[in-house]
Design a protein around this ligand. Sequence first.
Ligand code: G3P
Ligand code: MG
Length: 248
Amino acid sequence: MRSLSTWPYPNIVAHRGGGNLAPENTLAAIKKGYELGHTMIEFDVTLSKDDIPFLLHDDTLNRTTNSQGTPINFTWHELSKLDAGRWFSSEFNNEPLAQLSEVADLCLSLNIQVNIEIKPPKGLEEKTGRIVARLAETLFKQSKMPPLLSSFSPEALRGAKEVAPSLPRGLLMHRFRSDWSNLVNELECYSIHLNYKLITPKRLALFKAKNLFTLVYTINDITKAKELLAMGVNAICTDCIDIIKPTF
Ligand code: G3P
Ligand code: MG
């Protein structure tokens, strides 16, 4: 059995690639995280109409692109023409949406470890989990560490487990779920990814007792980050990527 003292990933994770310093979930964001010294990034992945995994956080394109609507209604060819940088600042005009495959190439070339958060379209949870996990396993074959998959959707993790059982899985919780223990057993989870407001020493001990690593999000205060790491969480995910860095 593995030891809980051996979390093999970096303990600081740049949220959505570039935190609050670049348009989230783009190649530019990942480059920004890298420039600032980050060695692990988290990003969100959903599906296009033609089953291409690409990076997007929201259920719609409205907030972070120059289009509107539900991404699953667009082919990748259509999505690839959108601007996903302009909303953030004119410095990032014409920054496109990024496919998972492009992100993998970039991360492998920069030696960055990844946490792929699967954000499935409604009703396509298991299918999205299967497609993302299968592709991630192939794309990251040369990576030092396997991509850490996570999702709020147990169904997506179920799909991932079915096709790529060897990739580590993390159950995400924004609100505490009373069924977490059954889920991590069934899904053979590697980690719990938790809204940091939910973490307590008692809960951390329960996770450790089940041999689970703990990642908490989104911590933007350096004192709180230090406190959580001292409490024993394994990793923190942050938007303040210029302050909370691997060397902070
Ligand atoms: O994976 C941690 C965090 O990204 C989960 O919340 O909404 O920012 O994707 P969200
Ligand atoms: Mg996320």
